[in-house]
Design a protein around this ligand. Structure first.
Ligand SMILES: [Fe+2]
Length: 369
């Protein structure tokens, strides 16, 4: 294989951010493309055909305006064959090294504008997976919420703002990505907070409902928002923004069933209904900042956020009574995230695997209903 036919994920991300003239083709089966893909990519479902030693739909494929092509598959093997085939037809084509598995670690940032708080919020978007985390900086101190990319990313973002990370929080024990909280707290010397629970088997500070988390003249208030998990908390920044974890998303709500029996799922669904009713009664202009998005994150530096009143308009389930809500949610539970039991176990142990974390974390966000 000619190595010049490959492109790595940082280069592809830079090309996409800079508007480089390329066409990204995702050769995986349609169902997997629809579950998660690179923003702007086209699906040319040639995967099975290539396995059968045929170009399949690639035979009739022509990039728009003769653009250079980047082919993407699961781990970057089949896409090499696709790129070779296209090159044999005179089309300039590259294969994404490591495929969607490697892509799952890519990230970008967007600034969240605030009207009253003096704090600055940086939304860190794991573009390849949909995890959203936050660095909140105020007067040389920063707090990180739900870190899901390499801890060094947050250390660099804080340093760029002249801040030290003093506190690291998780909204709950995560099931679809490996928490980087403990590693970040150890690297930065920050205090590590988790909602009070008996699941985490490592040293941390347990947050009580109503507890204030002060930093740099700003304050986060912890509110207990059970439902997605029983320990789930959300954090209100200076009365203006709500870090809603996997409880409330911009167009959906958290799933109540992971690692739960049918009975526990129903109990969590009832708790979630109560939680969501409480959240829905907060000030309508409260900025909602969730921990996940179920759409691939574009390279537009536009933060994923909405005022509560917009979210309440979009999410019809917020208007259901409890029984309606519970049957609605239990009837439409999605598939379990890949490897979630192992991910939960590692997050309860506070351990990051020695091997490539993307092996466990591949696939899009599945925490929403
Ligand atoms: Fe979650």
């Amino acid at each position: 294989m000619n190595h010049k036919l490959e492109i790595d994920t940082p280069t592809l991300q830079a090309w996409l951010e800079n508007g480089h003239s390329i066409e990204v083709i995702d050769i995986r089966p349609r169902v997997d493309y629809e579950a998660w893909h690179i923003p702007g990519s086209l699906n040319v479902d040639a995967y099975r055909a290539i396995y059968a030693h045929s170009p399949g739909p690639l035979a009739d494929y022509h990039p728009q305006d003769g653009k250079q092509v980047v082919a993407v598959c699961y781990v970057g093997q089949t896409s090499k064959i696709a790129a070779q085939y296209l090159a044999s037809r005179g089309i300039e084509a590259l294969s994404l090294t490591g495929g969607m598995q490697a892509w799952s670690l890519t990230w970008n940032t967007a600034e969240v504008p605030l009207a009253q708080s003096k704090a600055e919020i940086v939304q860190v978007r794991r573009t390849g997976k949909g995890c959203l985390s936050y660095l909140v900086a105020a007067d040389r101190e920063a707090v990180v919420i739900d870190p899901s990319v390499d801890p060094q990313v947050y250390l660099d973002l804080a340093a760029q703002r002249g801040c030290s990370i003093v506190k690291v929080l998780d909204t709950h024990i995560h099931a679809d990505h490996l928490s980087r909280s403990r590693a970040l707290a150890e690297l930065s010397g920050a205090a590590h907070y988790l909602p009070k629970q008996d699941r985490a088997h490592f040293r941390h500070q347990a947050l009580e409902p109503g507890q204030a988390i002060a930093f740099g003249g700003s304050q986060l208030e912890a509110i207990h928002t059970p439902g997605h998990t029983f320990e789930s908390m959300s954090f209100v920044l200076d009365g203006e923004a709500l870090f809603s974890g996997d409880t409330l998303f911009l167009d959906s709500v958290g799933r109540p069933d992971l690692k739960a029996s049918r009975e526990e799922s129903e109990a969590r669904a009832r708790a979630l209904h109560h939680t969501l009713q409480n959240l829905a009664s907060m000030r309508p202009d409260l900025i909602i900042l969730p921990c996940h998005t179920s759409q691939p994150v574009p390279f537009d530096q536009v933060p994923l956020m909405s005022p509560l009143e917009t979210v309440a308009d979009k999410v019809e389930a917020l208007r259901y009574d409890q029984d309606q809500f519970v049957s609605w949610i239990l009837d439409r539970i999605p598939a379990n995230p890949p490897n979630y039991e192992k991910i939960v176990q590692l997050n309860e142990e506070g351990v990051l695997p020695a091997l490539d974390p993307t092996l466990l974390e591949a696939g899009g966000n599945m925490c929403a209903v």
